[in-house]
Design a binder for this molecule. Structure first.
Ligand SMILES: [Zn+2]
Length: 470
């Protein structure tokens, strides 16, 4: 009986992860992410689903980044009522990111209506806080390394989460159908980095879905924070501000870890560090409470949980505090989301900071095509924020070594753990050049069958699977 997989997102691009597994009359959606970046991609969030949301039996989430979970409230809004399987860490982070995303959707719609910069007569949010809250009630946390049945009444279909080292709670989802396995790689973490553990070695899978974000690149060699130290010292000497757009979950912890470490080593001046993101503060608490899932270094006591607290750290809770911070000209480091400057409080900070040459904006994560972050990294002289053009005089810096994604070398290292090749490896979650480069490397170095997934492509998997019992 045919089993098929349809790539509904993160195919030829890095956002919108959604893979539909059809097992005859059973349907499981692995990841349920938002498209972000280019307008033509974002418009896909509004497109009708090519399936009936109410007929999905279960959703499986690899991790809590929005490009993997941010479409859930929309799916629920369209009638999905099943369970959403994820790790406890992913559950925790989803309770932060889904309502926050809904607030941003609602606020964007409000702003568009207020300033009339929507092309539509009346802008509607993609989803609401009510739908996000409902999605959270459908989450079903399951610990790592514990296979569980995902379809009621069908015992032969199981999912198991394996730590991917990419974010708190991040996992590969190993879906077992009878005696065959499909490994949904989610996002792959990195080796030998602080905060998060190395990606777990996997030795086999019949079918593999592999992310390719950095499939054509190697990260800069680990420089023990040298580049960050230089950037902080430089902006302090100019009496300016360092604005760090950051994913509120994941990157903030690593940025704070490095700032704290550089302060401890007297390698940077001690500046006030403002964490202007209520969600980031919530995530810091979850990281602290799940320290046993993090890098061993944090557990052995050599660097305890204070690793995430710098000397003069100030947490900004209210919008009023955030506004006061923007109005102040005091030299400082400001960490705010979103990481690709597509929304969130960081936009207000950028609108104030970008026109002044004494300031620096530092990007620490992947910047997708079409985002303000990518435009700034590519040298844009002005960017549009909230309908206004803002000139860019501030210095723009980026540090790729803080990326949470494996680079090409690390992906190949992870693949070397396989003792038998998958019957097929599908490459997802990458832009065209990265996908092509990684496909070439896998074919040349490992001689594995490899296929670059295309948007809306459906492939047959030829796995046997159990019939519904009873
Ligand atoms: Zn991710």
């Amino acid at each position: 009986m045919a089993t098929s997989l349809t790539f509904l997102g993160a195919a030829g691009t890095v956002t919108g992860s959604k893979h539909l597994l059809d097992l005859d009359d059973r349907r499981i959606l692995i990841d349920c992410g938002l498209f972000q970046g280019l307008k033509e991609l974002r418009q896909r969030n509004w497109a009708a689903l090519p399936f009936d949301a109410a007929r999905i039996d279960a959703v499986v989430l690899t991790h809590a980044h929005l490009d993997h979970c941010g479409y859930l409230p929309r799916l629920v809004g369209q009638g999905f009522r099943g369970r959403i399987f994820c790790t406890p860490g992913t559950y925790d982070l989803c309770t932060l990111v889904l309502p926050d995303s809904a607030r941003i959707q609602e606020e964007d719609a409000r702003q568009a209506n207020k300033h009339h910069y929507s092309k539509h007569a009346h802008a509607e949010p993609l989803y609401t806080e009510i739908e996000a809250a409902r999605a959270i009630t459908q989450l079903q946390p399951v610990g790592y390394d514990r296979p569980v049945p995902v379809v009621p009444g069908v015992p032969g279909i199981e999912v198991e989460f394996i730590n991917a080292g990419h974010l708190l709670g991040s996992a590969y989802a190993r879906v077992r159908v009878s005696d065959r396995t499909i490994l949904f790689g989610g996002d792959l973490g990195r080796y030998g980095r602080p905060v998060l553990p190395d990606p777990t070695t996997v030795t086999e899978a019949d079918v593999l879905l592999l992310e390719s974000t950095y499939g054509d690149r190697l990260h800069e060699r680990d420089d023990d924070g040298e580049q960050l130290a230089g950037i902080v010292t430089d902006v302090a000497a100019r009496g300016g501000r360092l604005i760090i757009p950051s994913f509120a979950i994941g990157r903030v912890e690593e940025v704070l870890y490095w700032l704290k470490r550089l302060e401890d080593q007297d390698r940077i001046p001690v500046l006030p560090v403002y964490v202007d993101s209520p969600m980031a503060l919530g995530a810091l608490e979850f990281y602290t409470s799940r320290i046993s899932e993090l890098d061993e270094e944090l557990q052995t006591g050599t660097r305890d949980v204070r690793a995430f607290v710098t000397t003069r750290m100030v947490t900004v809770a209210s919008v009023e505090q955030s506004k006061a911070l923007m109005a102040s000209r005091e030299p400082a480091i400001v960490i705010a989301s979103s990481g690709m400057a597509t929304g969130g409080r960081v936009l207000h900070h950028l609108a104030v900071a970008l026109p002044e040459p004494r300031n620096t904006v530092l990007f620490v994560g992947f910047q997708a095509e079409g985002t303000r972050g990518r435009l700034l990294c590519d040298g844009a002289r002005q960017v549009k924020i909230h309908g206004q053009f803002v000139p860019v005089a501030a210095r723009i810096e980026r540090i790729d070594s803080m990326s949470a994604h494996a680079d090409a070398g690390e992906i190949m290292r992870w693949l070397s753990g396989f003792v038998r090749p998958p019957a097929m490896t599908y490459l997802v979650h990458g832009e065209a050049s990265a996908l092509e480069a990684l496909a070439g490397r896998i074919a040349a170095e490992r001689q594995w069958p490899v296929h670059v997934a295309k948007y809306l492509e459906r492939v047959e998997l030829n796995l046997s699977y159990p019939r519904r019992s009873g």
